[in-house]
Design a protein around this ligand. Structure first.
Ligand SMILES: [Cu+2]
Length: 287
C-alpha cells in the first residue's frame, strides 16, 4: 500500500515536471543581444553598438512590442567583449552583465508608450545601444531609433580611451534606424499612410545630444514621453527629443502630400559632405 502510494506520488511528480517543461518550452521570450562592431557607410567607418535579436550585429536596435498592464519578459544577453551595465525603463537599479552572460528580465507592467533598454557603459551609451519597447501601440506605427556620433570618437569610446564626450563635440554621423539614406523611399524611417489615418511614431534618442525633430506639412500630438510628461497633449510641428528619451507621437494627416521631416539642427541633415543625408526622412501621405 505504502509502495503504491509512493509510486502514484512519483508519477504525479513526473507529470507536474513534464507540464512545467512543456509550458517553459512553449513560451520563448525574445532575447536582446548586446552587439558591437565596426561598420561603415559610404567609406566612413565607425564603431556602433546595438541590442539585436541575434548575435549578428546590425546598426539598428531591436523593437519589441508588448501589451499594456501585463508582465513584460525578455532576456538580455551580452555578446560584447566587455561588461555592460543595463538600464531598464521601470526605475529599477541597473544590472551588470558580464561578457557571454545573460539575464531574464521581468517588468511587472509598463504604461502606454515608447521606452528603452539602454546600456550605461560608455561602449554602449555613446555608441547607441538602446532596444526600443513599444507598449500598447497598435495600428499603423513606425519607429525612429536616433543616434549621432563623431566617427573618430567611436573608436576612442570603443577602446575605452575616453568615457565622456569631449568639450568640443562635433558629430558627423546622424542616423535614423542605423541609416543615413533618407531619400531611399524603402528606408524604414519613411512614414507612409493616408489622410485620416491614425499613425503612431515611436522615437528613442539613443544619441548624446538633443534631437529637435521638425515636421513639415502636419502638426503631431505628443502622446507620451519619458522625460517631458508635462507636455503630453501638445500639438506642434517641432519636438525636442532629449538624450536617451522615449517619446510617442500621433499623426492624423489632414492633407495628402510628400513632406520632409528632419532634425532642425541642420548639420544633422548632412553626411560625408552631402545633403540631404542624415537625420532626415519623408512623410508620404496618400489621399
Ligand atoms: Cu523643417
Amino acid at each position: 500500500m505504502v509502495a503504491q502510494g509512493i509510486k502514484i506520488y512519483l508519477v504525479r511528480f513526473y507529470l507536474i515536471l513534464l507540464s512545467i517543461g512543456i509550458i517553459v518550452c512553449s513560451y520563448a521570450q525574445d532575447t536582446l543581444y548586446i552587439n558591437r562592431d565596426t561598420t561603415s557607410i559610404a567609406s566612413i567607418s565607425f564603431q556602433k553598438a546595438a541590442f539585436n535579436l541575434d548575435t549578428n550585429f546590425q546598426r539598428r536596435n531591436a523593437v519589441l512590442d508588448f501589451p499594456e498592464n501585463t508582465l513584460i519578459e525578455f532576456v538580455v544577453a551580452n555578446n560584447d567583449t566587455i561588461p555592460h551595465e543595463v538600464m531598464l525603463p521601470d526605475g529599477s537599479s541597473p544590472f551588470l552583465l558580464q561578457p557571454n552572460a545573460y539575464q531574464l528580465v521581468q517588468i511587472s507592467s509598463l504604461p502606454y508608450g515608447t521606452f528603452a533598454v539602454q546600456s550605461l557603459t560608455s561602449q554602449g551609451a555613446f555608441l547607441g545601444a538602446g532596444a526600443i519597447l513599444r507598449v500598447g501601440i497598435t495600428g499603423i506605427s513606425f519607429t525612429w531609433d536616433l543616434w549621432e556620433q563623431d566617427p573618430t570618437l567611436t573608436y576612442d569610446f570603443g577602446n575605452g580611451t575616453i568615457t565622456a564626450l569631449p568639450a568640443v563635440y562635433r558629430p558627423t554621423v546622424f542616423s535614423i534606424n542605423g541609416g543615413v539614406d533618407p531619400m531611399d523611399m524603402m528606408s524604414s524611417a519613411v512614414i507612409t499612410g493616408s489622410v485620416g489615418d491614425t499613425i503612431t511614431i515611436s522615437i528613442v534618442n539613443n544619441g548624446n545630444m538633443i534631437q529637435p525633430i521638425h515636421f513639415h506639412g502636419y502638426h503631431v500630438e505628443l502622446m507620451q514621453s519619458t522625460q517631458q510628461p508635462s507636455r503630453i497633449g501638445w500639438k506642434k510641428d517641432s519636438f525636442p527629443v532629449f538624450v536617451k528619451e522615449g517619446m510617442t507621437l500621433q499623426l492624423i494627416p489632414h492633407q495628402p502630400g510628400e513632406f520632409p521631416v528632419h532634425n532642425h539642427n541642420l548639420v544633422a541633415t548632412l553626411f560625408n559632405n552631402s545633403y540631404p543625408s542624415g537625420m532626415i526622412t519623408m512623410l508620404m501621405i496618400m489621399p
